[in-house]
Design a protein around this ligand. Structure first.
Ligand SMILES: Nc1ncnc2c1ncn2[C@@H]1O[C@H](COP(=O)(O)OP(=O)(O)OP(=O)(O)O)[C@@H](O)[C@H]1O
Ligand SMILES: [Mg+2]
Length: 258
C-alpha cells in the first residue's frame, strides 16, 4: 500500500472563512501520529474530512491508497475505526459490554443478531488487549468513564481497521484511569499488524513514545509536523500557544509547565 493518509493543499471554507487552509499532511505506514491544537484549530474538521463526512473546498484527500471522489466511502469507513465522545450518548445503557464491542463489526449502535462463537472470541481477545476483559457481561452503564473508553476502542478494532482515530480519548478520565488507557493503547500499537493510530489530544503528556510523529494545527493551518521529539519543544509549543511554556521530558514523554 502507498501512504496511509495524504492530505494535499486542502482548503475548507465556511461562511466566507477559511477553517482549514494550505493543509498538507502525509502519514506513512509504520508511523503513529498525535494531533495537537487549541480549541477551534480545525482538528475535528480535518478528521471529518479524512473519514469522508465533509469535502474539501479545494485540495485532495487520499486514505489507504484511495483518492476520495473515486472510491465508495462506506467501504473506506469500514477500514477506519473512529472513537469520539459524541458516540457514547447513542449507546443503550443496558447493552452488554461484549455486545457493544461486537457491534463494531457492523458499525451499528446495537447488536441485532446473535453473535457467532468466532466473534465472541475476537471480542474477548480485544477486551484482553485493552485490559477490560473483566467487564464481560456487564451492562455498559455500570462501567466507569475510563472503562467505557477502552470498550469503545475495542469496538472500533472489531472490524480490524487499518486506521484507528482516537479523538480526545483521555477526556474526563482521572490521572490513573488515563494512564491505564494510555498503557492499553501502547500495548495495542506494539502488537503485530496494529492499525495506524491517529491520536487527537489537548494534553502533551498523553503523547506516548509510540506516537512517532506529531502535527500541530493552529488556526486551520499546519504550524509544524514531523518527528515527535523534534516537534514537542518549548520553542515550538510556546509559539503554538502564544504563551511561554516549558517542555520537560520524562520516560520519553513530554510534560508541559508554564
Ligand atoms: N459547519 C461549520 N460551519 C462554520 N464553521 C464551522 C463549521 N464546522 C466547524 N466550524 C468552525 O471551524 C473551527 C474549527 O472547528 P473544529 O471543530 O475543527 O476545531 P477543533 O480543533 O476540533 O476544536 P476542539 O479542540 O474544541 O474540539 C471552529 O472555529 C468552528 O467553529
Ligand atoms: Mg474537536
Amino acid at each position: 500500500m502507498s501512504n496511509i493518509i495524504e492530505v494535499k493543499d486542502v482548503l475548507w471554507e465556511r461562511e466566507h472563512k477559511s477553517i482549514l487552509k494550505n493543509v498538507n499532511w502525509t502519514i506513512r505506514k509504520g508511523e503513529h501520529w498525535a494531533l495537537l491544537g487549541l480549541n477551534g484549530s480545525g482538528k475535528t474538521t480535518l478528521l471529518n474530512m479524512i473519514t469522508g463526512y465533509i469535502w474539501p473546498t479545494k485540495g485532495e484527500i487520499s486514505v489507504l491508497g484511495h483518492q476520495y471522489g473515486t472510491v465508495d466511502l462506506r467501504e473506506m469507513r469500514k477500514r477506519i475505526g473512529w472513537v469520539s465522545s459524541s458516540f457514547q450518548e447513542r449507546i443503550h445503557p443496558n447493552e452488554k459490554t461484549q455486545h457493544l464491542v461486537i457491534s463494531g463489526l457492523h458499525a451499528s449502535v446495537g447488536l441485532f443478531e446473535q453473535p457467532t462463537e468466532d466473534h465472541m472470541q475476537k471480542a474477548v481477545s480485544l477486551m484482553e488487549t485493552l485490559g477490560c476483559a473483566h467487564l464481560l457481561d456487564r451492562p455498559y452503564q455500570t462501567c466507569s468513564q475510563g472503562e467505557k473508553q477502552k470498550l469503545l476502542i475495542a469496538r472500533a478494532l472489531m472490524a480490524s481497521p487499518d486506521l484507528l482515530i482516537l479523538d480526545e480519548a483521555g477526556n474526563g478520565l482521572d490521572f490513573l484511569s488515563r494512564e491505564s488507557l494510555l498503557q492499553s493503547i501502547a500495548s495495542l500499537v506494539n502488537q503485530k499488524d496494529a492499525p495506524t493510530l491517529l491520536y487527537v489530544t489537548h494534553h502533551v503528556e498523553e503523547i506516548l513514545p509510540e506516537f512517532t510523529h506529531s502535527l500541530l494545527l493552529r488556526k486551520g493551518t499546519v504550524f509544524a509536523s514531523g518527528k515527535t521529539e523534534e516537534i514537542l519543544t518549548s520553542e515550538q509549543l510556546s509559539a503554538l500557544f502564544e504563551t511561554p511554556v516549558q517542555v520537560s521530558w520524562k520516560n520519553n514523554r513530554a510534560w508541559l509547565s508554564l
